[in-house]
Design a protein around this ligand. Sequence first.
Ligand SMILES: [Zn+2]
Length: 197
Amino acid sequence: MISSEIDYLVRLMSKLPGLGIRSARRIVLHLLNNKEKEMLVLSSEIKQVAELVQFCSICGNMDTKETCYICLDDKRDKSIICVVENVGDLWAIERSSVFGGQYHVLGGVLSALDNIGPKDLKIENLVERAKNKNTKEIILANSATVDGQTTAHYLADQLSECNVLISRLAQGLPIGGELDFLDDGTITQALKARSEV
Ligand SMILES: [Zn+2]
C-alpha cells in the first residue's frame, strides 16, 4: 500500500499519453527519490509554463507571448501558410526543418460524429489571412484520416475565391496517418512533392 496522496499522483500521471499505471509508478518513485533536483524543478516549471502559455493571435501556435516566435521571425517566408490541425503537427513539420513559411493551426478537424463544425475551427481567420495580398500559397497539411480529408476539401472550397495557390501534401502519407507520428523524411518528401488542389 502507498499513501493516498502518492497514489493520487500516480493515477494522475497514468492518464498522460503514452503512460500506463506501471510507468506512472516508476516515474513517481523516481521523482520522489530525486525531490530537490527533479520533482520540485519540474513542478515549478509546469506551473510557470501553464500560467504563461497562450495561443498566438495570428496563427494559433502556442507560445508565452501574444505573437509566437514563428510569426515574429523576419527570416521566415510570409507568403506561404501551412495549415495544420494542431500544434503537435506544427512541431512535427518544424522538426523536419524543410518548411520556412508561416503556419495556421486549425484547432482540430471537422467531425459530424463529435459535433465539430466550421465555427469550432479557426477557419474564418484563415480566409482573412488568405485574402491578404502578401499571401501567395496555402498548403493544406491535413492528416490522411477521413475527417482530415473532409476538412481539407471544405477548406479548399472556402479558399477558392481567394487569389492564392492552394496545395496539399503529396499522396503517399499512410492512410489514417497523423503528421506527428511520421518520421522527418516522410514529412519532407510530402512537402516537397506537394501538388496543387
Ligand atoms: Zn504565430
